[in-house]
Design a binder for this molecule. Structure first.
Ligand code: NAP
Length: 562
């Protein structure tokens, strides 16, 4: 049982505030409400959807199969919703989330167009006071940050951006009215997953497209296609089994784990295996073939060179093919992408590639962009330059925990928390899909559901024992951070400059920000902590706080099946 201390004070207006109306926040609101907690959700955008509301650039599409990238908590929802494509496009995922908000009557507790700017913890009352963008304040016992792992847009510090005479669009903040790019000279800066998805669609719309690439990525073909009525029926019939298996899986998608080293088989056999992975159209189709692709550089090079070969097979111009071939980091250590026509786009006469490694970007001018070699005239500049991932959406808020310390200060040397859920010194503040959890290395919807349910069960536990505060102990936090770093150190991930390590944001501390142990192990550790009375956490009761009668179901599992 975690340590129990005492505080003092009166009850807040709300039991819980949820920040963000994406996959995680909507389910958190639903579950807490079902469990009888007075909960409100605040969302900065004009509607629900989170990342799927904002990232509406042409080509935006999920790269986990839609039948897997969807909630598993409601068998009824599974039966009534029908995905039209293997990989759903952004508008369809947004429709799904709107449907979820309506179906579970969530909107009455959601305040849109409202940012949480500031959150201050009262150590005596065990209450958070939140300052909202509209000027209001609200008090709540608990705060759940469901603010997304890739949602805080990275500031782009390219000289001259302010004097550009054309239009600048960001993939993560795409206008609701589709911009007319016909006949325009469009340039796109950034070739991560967003850029890779946008390029073929921008090429189809623009007069000319210049792709400004600093680091090439490894992209695999999506083989996206419509789903037939028969497939949809088969999926629905199998959903009860599938959802159980998904929840028990390592990453929220189902596959048979590899058993052999890539270096233990003949080259011909390896190539045949990689061909199969390539044809599968699955993001992890290559990574899941051998055990050591993410831990051994020589093993990794076998798959990296296979992908480079595929790029050469697709891109007609050998110079462009070479520039598009990653050589500076192992395959999979930056998130791979799924592509639908990305490499083929470079065979079109109006699409050109500028290799910024060879000719670095100097500045944005009034009429375009200038590299060390020449100026490229541009009407619309598309930024696909990424996010301050995993921590940025939380540190963007002025969050003050014990002693007035801000989360920004606490994490200035690197994110720290216990079990990826609570940062020591910031009691009653939970992060969903935040740093040091499996989040971005798994199916984010499955990972979010696990967090949401753990948090809901935790609040029920506190209520049952008339407790008003949970904080991570400094020792448990140190041990968790060390464990996460130790596991990551067995892989090739930490050595690479990527958003996984914070290296994409100038000045950000370099730590590997995700849990590499997989969801099975992670879930077991979270469940064990709860079973042991929230081991690693300090629990406390504010003075004068009396036990409240519990309303409704008493576990997350009970609430979802009630
Ligand atoms: P990203 O992976 O961080 O890629 C950003 C790109 O912009 C990189 O090519 C980067 O080059 C370039 N860049 C950034 N700043 C630059 C600068 N100042 N000058 C030149 N180039 C610059 O961002 P993202 O593509 O938006 O993707 C982020 C993550 O979001 C993905 O990895 C994925 O997890 C998620 N996402 C998912 C989907 C999906 O499910 N389908 C789609 C989109 C995004 P360097 O590499 O050289 O820094």
């Amino acid at each position: 049982m975690g340590e129990v201390r005492s505080g003092s004070g009166e009850a807040p207006e709300l039991d819980a505030v949820v920040v963000g109306a994406g996959f995680a926040g909507l389910y958190q609101l639903h579950l807490l409400r079902r469990l009888g907690f007075a909960t409100r959700l605040f969302e900065a955008c004009e509607d629900v959807g989170g990342t799927w509301y904002r990232n509406r650039y042409p080509g935006a599409r999920c790269d986990i199969e839609s039948t897997a990238y969807s909630y598993s908590f409601s068998p009824e929802l599974d039966q009534e919703w029908e995905w039209s494509e293997r990989y759903a496009a952004q508008p369809e995922i947004l429709r799904y989330l709107r449907h979820v908000a309506d179906r579970f009557d969530l909107r009455r507790d959601i305040t849109l167009n409202t940012r949480v700017d500031r959150a201050v913890y009262d150590e005596v009352r065990h209450v958070w006071t939140l300052a909202l963008s509209g000027g209001e304040t609200v008090t709540a016992r608990f705060v759940v940050l469901a603010t997304g792992c890739t949602s805080a847009v990275k500031e782009v510090d390219i000289p001259g951006v302010g004097r550009f005479g054309g239009r600048i669009l960001h993939t993560a903040d795409w206008p609701r009215d589709e911009p007319d790019l016909s006949g325009q000279r469009v340039a796109v800066l950034g070739t991560g997953c967003s850029g890779v998805q946008a390029v073929p669609e921008l090429a189809a719309r623009a007069g000319s497209l210049t792709v400004l690439q600093r680091t090439p990525v490894y992209a695999l073909p999506a083989h996206n296609r419509p789903l037939s009525a028969a497939e949809a029926a088969a999926t629905k019939a199998d959903y009860p089994r599938y959802r159980r298996a998904q929840r028990a899986s390592r990453g929220g998608t189902l596959f048979t784990p590899p058993t052999r080293s890539a270096l233990s088989v003949e080259a011909a056999e390896r190539t045949a295996t990689y061909e199969e992975g390539w044809r599968s159209g699955v993001l992890s189709g290559l990574l899941r073939t051998y055990t050591d692709l993410l831990s051994d550089e020589a093993a990794n090079e076998t798959v990296a060179s296979f992908v480079r070969g595929k790029i050469r097979d697709t891109v007609a111009d050998p110079e462009a093919a070479e520039a598009l071939s990653p050589r500076t980091f192992p395959f999979g250590t930056k998130r791979p992408c799924l592509e639908s026509g990305y490499y083929a786009a470079f065979n079109e006469p109006h699409v050109s590639l500028v290799d910024l490694r060879r000719t670095p970007l100097v500045e944005v001018t009034a009429g375009g962009v200038r590299t060390t070699e020449r100026e490229y005239p541009v009407d619309t500049l598309v930024l696909a330059t990424g996010f301050d991932a995993l921590t940025g959406s939380q540190t963007a808020m002025d969050i003050r925990g014990r002693g007035g310390v801000t989360l920004r200060e606490k994490w200035s040397d690197g994110a720290a928390n216990h079990l990826g859920l609570v940062a020591s010194g910031f009691p009653n503040l939970f992060t969903v899909l935040g740093p040091l959890s499996p989040s971005v290395l798994s199916n984010a919807v499955t990972a979010a559901e696990q967090h949401v349910e753990w948090i809901a069960d935790c609040l029920v536990h506190l209520r049952r024992h008339a407790l008003t505060e949970i904080d991570a102990t400094p020792q448990a936090e140190r041990e968790w951070c060390a464990h996460v770093a130790e596991l990551a150190g067995r892989t090739l991930y930490p050595s690479v400059e990527s958003w996984y390590t914070g290296a994409n944001v100038p000045g950000k501390a370099r730590t590997f920000l995700a849990y590499t142990g997989g969801m099975v192990e992670y879930r077991a550790r979270c469940d064990a902590a709860a079973r042991d009375g929230y081991a690693g956490f300090a629990l406390a009761r504010a003075a004068g706080h009396a036990a409240e009668p519990a309303a409704g179901a008493t576990t997350a599992a009970g609430a979802t099946t009630a």
